[in-house]
Design a binder for this molecule. Structure first.
Ligand code: GDP
Length: 446
């Protein structure tokens, strides 16, 4: 899976990794090769462009963390962008939150692996999630399609709806629903008729089945070996029915990965499963981060950089704690602390943990602080001169107006911030009187 893309990218990063310092030109050269690698992998051109621009901008703009090489950091940036391209940090789960029987409608072109995937997902739901599953084939066009599902059902130990010759797809769907209700089935999978290409009659049939069965999930099965065609098919289907996700089959044979890499960005639809072979258990939940790792094969570097980023946060926090113990607390410190707060995901926590912070907390509450406010405060401090930051007393009316303009805020926002800074530095002085704060650094580091 992804072998040739992996090799290409591996070569690019091997060149970068050993370097102690990276010049802008190094990054640009590397990205030119990444661009070629992605295009050779048959990734859609606009997706490649966006990817390369995003990575280049980040790689050039970012300051390098201590204890990792710039090359390693670029690997991490590329990794993160790949995860994003594949669908983001969260794994798209099947949504089965509805009154049973929850219906999953399978759609796709003939030969894409639809019937096989129907059986694979049924087996997955039965074995991994303990669901009672029923499958029904609505394919009356292809002779023996219903029979094929029946055989697969026997193979994986999942019940199939008995075949009644001559019934139309909507009749079969209605019967399947009734039967699923009677048998207290948790999940009903409807394997709709395949089609050679997107044609109106079959689209209408699919819509009629959808209207009758109100599927919770409508999964489109596409063959990853068809590359950009798979993405185009997904686009034409999503124009007709409300697709909730994609099943990408034959990933086991896909050395390029263009369909997997473009699908989300082009269609907006998440890949939920990857078919990885002919056997009924050859199906995997599509975890973007794991797939990115498989493509880059550099999980070790990625976690190294993550750890380095963590330890920098701890070092910053320790430096801040030291200054606080000395009773020093200027706008730079406040800014750093606001950043810490954002990282820690919330304000209340810090304020509660610190002694002598009641007033500062009240000032925060008065300014109605939420994440947006944190961002605004950061902008305000960013608009101050270095001198004003170390000595906020300099901020007279005229300077306040300048800062407000620079940060796109109002003078009263500046006043609120100054008030908060005053309360906090008072608190810091109290802390100093109380003999400093042991363990504060550890607290910040979390
Ligand atoms: P349908 O016409 O869309 O229902 O396609 P089928 O389910 O009948 O599959 C067509 C062929 O593709 C069969 O021979 C399957 O064994 C094969 N197939 C399906 N999924 C995969 C997969 O993920 N990997 C591989 N290697 N073969 C697959």
């Amino acid at each position: 899976m992804f072998d040739s893309l992996s090799d290409r990218l591996g070569g690019v990063f091997d060149k970068l990794r050993g370097r102690g310092a990276l010049k802008e030109q190094d990054v640009r050269d590397a990205m030119r090769e990444v661009r070629i690698a992605l295009l050779e992998a048959d990734v859609a051109l606009p997706v490649v462009r966006r990817f390369v621009d995003q990575v280049t901008e980040k790689a050039i703009g970012q300051s390098v963390l201590r204890s990792v090489t710039p090359g390693q950091q670029v690997v991490k940036i590329v990794n993160d962008a790949l995860v994003e391209m594949l669908g983001g940090d969260t794994t798209p789960e099947l949504d089965l939150n509805a009154a049973p029987p929850v219906v999953i409608m399978m759609v796709g072109l003939q030969g894409s692996g639809k019937t096989t995937s129907t059986a694979k997902i049924s087996k997955f739901l039965k074995d991994k999630q303990g669901k009672k599953v029923l499958m029904a084939s609505l394919d009356v066009n292809r002779p023996a399609a219903q029979e094929q599902l029946k055989v697969l059902g026997e193979q994986v130990g999942v019940a199939t709806l008995p075949i009644i010759a001559g019934q139309q797809p909507t009749e079969i769907a209605t019967r399947a629903l009734q039967s699923a209700k009677l048998q207290a089935v948790d999940v009903l999978l409807l394997d709709t008729a395949g089609r050679l290409h997107v044609d109106q009659q079959l689209m209408d049939e699919m819509k009629a089945v959808s209207a009758i069965s109100s599927p919770r999930e409508t999964l489109l099965v596409v063959d990853s070996l068809t590359g950009q065609d798979a993405v185009n098919v997904a686009q034409s289907f999503s124009g007709e029915v409300d697709l909730t996700g994609v099943v990408l089959t034959r990933m086991d044979g896909d050395a390029r990965g263009g369909a997997a890499l473009s699908m989300r960005a082009v269609t907006g639809k998440p890949i939920k499963f990857a078919g990885t072979g002919e056997k009924p258990e050859a199906i995997e939940i599509f975890h973007p981060s794991r797939v990115a790792n498989r493509i880059l094969g550099m999980g070790d570097v990625v976690s190294l950089v993550e750890k380095a980023a963590e330890s920098v946060k701890v070092e910053e926090a320790e430096a801040l704690a030291k200054r606080m113990e000395q009773g020093k607390f200027d706008m730079n410190d406040l800014r750093m602390q606001l950043k810490q707060m954002q990282n820690m995901g919330g304000l209340g926590m810090l304020a509660n943990m610190m002694p002598g912070m009641k007033k500062a907390k009240a000032a925060m509450a008065a300014s109605n602080m939420d994440d947006k406010v944190l961002v605004r405060m950061d902008a305000i401090i960013g608009s101050m001169t270095p001198k004003e930051r170390t000595n906020p007393a300099l901020l007279n009316a005229k300077r306040k107006i300048r800062v407000a303009k620079g940060s796109g805020t109002q003078v009263q926002d500046i006043n609120k911030l100054i008030k908060m800074h005053q309360e906090m530095s008072k608190a810091m002085k109290q802390i100093k009187k109380m003999g400093g704060l042991k363990g504060l650094a550890a607290m910040f580091g979390k």
